[in-house]
Each structure stands twice: as C-alpha cells, then as structure tokens.
Design a protein around this ligand. Structure first.
Ligand SMILES: *Cc1c(COP(=O)(O)O)cnc(C)c1O
Length: 367
C-alpha cells in the first residue's frame, strides 16, 4: 500500500465540483489579480478568525517580511526567533535587513522558549517571531507577558496553525500582526503560492495593503516604497472554497492523530507534548525516535513516505553556518536528529493509517 506524506491533489479531488466552478467563474471574470475573489477571501478570513483586517500576499515568507516592514523593522534591528523552523522565517528577517537572533525551543513542545527570549532581548530587539509549530500554539501566556513587559511586538507565524486556538481564541488574533502561508500542503492550502496577514489594527492593515503593491495609495501613486506581493484571483477563489471546509478538515486531522496515538502506544516513540487549554490542528504528526533514520528507511521500503521537520537547524545550514547569532541551541540540535513526520492529510484513509501503524509495529528494532 502506498501512503504519501501529504496529498494536496486529494484535497482538490475531495472538493472538485466546487473548486472547478470557482476557478471557471474566475477565469471568465476579467480580474486576475487583487480583484473580487481576493476581497471576499480577505473579509471571510478576517471573519473566520475574528480580526479586523486580513491582507492577502504572495506567500508565507512575504507575509512575514511585510509584517516586519509594516512595523518599521529594518537594518540593525534584531528579531528573535527559533532555529527549529522553516528557513523562510530567517529568510524573511534578512529580507528587511534585520538580524536574526535564534533561541532554543521548549522541551517536548518544540516551540520558542520565552525564558530564552527574555535573556537575549536587548535595546535593539525590534520584534519576536513566534512560530506555532506542527499545528500547536506557542506558550501564549509567556508571549503575552513578554509583549506587555517589553512592549516589543510578537508576530505570530501561523503557517502551520490555521484554525488552531489557545484558550478558545484562534491563533492569528493575539499578535500585533500574524502571518499565514497558504502553500499547497498547509492546512489552508492554495494551488500555488499564497499568504495572508491578519491584524486587529486597521491602520497597519491599510499600510500592508500599500506595501504589497509598490506603496500605492491609488493606482500609479506610491506613498512609500513597497514591493509586488499580490495574490492571484485564482488562488483566492480556491482558498475561499478551502476555508469553508477548514474546520471539518482540521477535525479529521485530529481524528487521524488520535488513531496514530492509540495505535503506536507502548512503542519507544515520544510524541509532541499537548499544551494545556490549546487546540492542536496537526499540520504535521511528528514523533521522536532514537533510531529515526533506520525507521524512516524501513517505512520507505514499505512504501510509506515520511518527512523530517526539520533535518538541519537553520544555524547549521550552509547558507547561515557560523554567521548567525544564537544562544545555546543544544536541544534544537538534538531534536533535529530524532524527529519524524508521519503521513498526515485529511483524505488519508483509516486503512492507510492502520498500515502505517502496523508497519511501524513490524520495525525490527522494535521487536
Ligand atoms: C510554510 C512556512 C513558511 C513559509 O511559507 P511560504 O508560503 O512557503 O513562503 C513560513 N513559516 C512556517 C512556519 C512555515 O511552515
């Protein structure tokens, strides 16, 4: 039996009729960029989260970079984040000329450790990017305290946490600005690159709308320097359909996680610690295994595709090695050798999940 890690095409096939209609209507409309589909998506996404403003952009990376720009973060400013995340986060920080400062993650949760954030905060700290990892919230209590005590803005990176919540409140509503990627495999995925930024601050929303299109306040009139980071109508049309079923697909992800957890209990694997009072939406289902590479090979031999998020911490990647400022990242470095992501997507069948579980149970090192 073949089991992929993720399968955006299955998510298309599951909603083919609706998506086909939306795409065909858009093709015939005459607007292809920043038109009515985008307008509707922005208001529907803002309403879904309960924020004042949602601004669409070209990607999750741009959503982070434009968020920093909108907060006037630039050359010489320090931005604190983690090394155990997508390279996109550090790429966005350097895009605006700021200096990434990387700290370690919390044991078991894998998300930014705010005790470390407090330790590396200086007069030059301009923002923190807190990544909600694998579908679960960062320690929002500490994030809120940090913001209150230092008045330094915390930007939420919700690229893996569309629809997740903390204490009943959706992620993407706490930060001054929150960034979302809508890359095809994300919980809310387009069929190309796309991203969204949310904020409760209308004037920041207005500024982002300018920055994403050459700083225009009206056509051909730039108030400030901006970029081109616009969303296509086609991506917006697809995302509107996907948004309508996001909660249902997230519930299915939770069911899949529960089936894995019960099927894999008793094995020498550890799983992400569940944060109290938070709702996990399982963008990824990650386990830690001492013989990770052997297990991964065994699964691959049995046609089960897995992933590693993330195999090499950012500060150890060739592009960044030896030049990024970090505090001790010993836990991050260890975790990178042990984490393994199992197949996780809403359309996976129960028999595929059971096949993954049975294969892991047959893994020689576990017997
Ligand atoms: C996917 C992702 C991004 C980057 O998004 P793109 O749309 O690929 O630019 C940023 N941060 C995190 C945590 C992600 O998972």
């Amino acid at each position: 039996m073949h089991v992929p890690l993720a399968s955006p095409v299955d998510s298309y096939l599951a909603h083919k009729e609706e998506i086909d209609v939306a795409v065909m209507e858009t093709l015939g409309c005459g607007d292809y960029i920043l038109g009515r589909q985008v307008d509707h998506l922005e208001s529907e996404f803002a309403a879904y989260l309960g924020v004042r403003s949602a601004v669409s952009v070209s990607s999750g990376t741009d959503a982070l970079a434009l968020s920093l720009r909108a907060l006037n973060v630039g050359p010489g400013d320090e931005v604190i984040t983690v090394s155990h995340t997508a390279v996109a986060v550090v790429s966005a920080i350097e895009q605006v000329g700021a200096i990434p400062i990387l700290v370690d993650i919390e044991r078991g949760f894998y998300t930014i450790d705010f005790r470390k954030v407090f330790e590396v905060t200086t007069a030059n700290t301009a923002a923190v990017i807190a990544v909600h990892l694998y579908g679960q919230s960062v320690d929002m209590e500490s994030a809120k305290r940090y913001q209150k005590e230092t008045e330094i803005p915390v930007i939420e990176d919700c690229s893996q946490a569309h629809g997740a919540s903390w204490m009943g409140q959706k992620l993407g509503t706490f930060g001054v600005l929150s960034a979302f990627s809508c890359y095809p495999t994300k919980n809310l995925g387009a069929f190309g690159d796309a991203g969204l930024i949310t904020t409760q601050d209308q004037s920041l929303g207005e500024r982002l709308r300018r920055l994403r299109q050459y700083g225009w306040i009206e056509k051909q009139r730039s108030l400030e320097p901006g970029v081109n980071s616009r969303m296509d109508e086609l991506q917006a049309a697809v995302l509107r359909v996907q948004l309508r079923t996001l909660d249902r697909r997230n519930s299915r992800r939770q069911e899949i996680a529960a089936r894995y957890l019960s099927g894999l209990s008793g094995l020498p694997l550890t799983f992400q610690t569940i944060r109290p009072r938070s709702e996990h939406v399982y963008h990824l289902f990650v386990c830690e295994c001492a013989v990770r590479d052997e297990l991964r090979n065994f699964l691959s031999q049995n046609d089960v595709q897995t992933g590693i998020h993330y195999p090499l911490p950012i500060h150890q990647q060739p592009a960044y090695q030896g030049r990024l400022r970090t505090s001790s990242l010993s836990y991050t470095e260890g975790v990178a050798k042990r984490v393994l992501s199992l197949p996780m997507f809403p359309e996976i069948t129960d028999s595929q999940i059971d096949y993954v579980v049975d294969t892991i149970r047959r893994f020689p090192a576990f017997n």
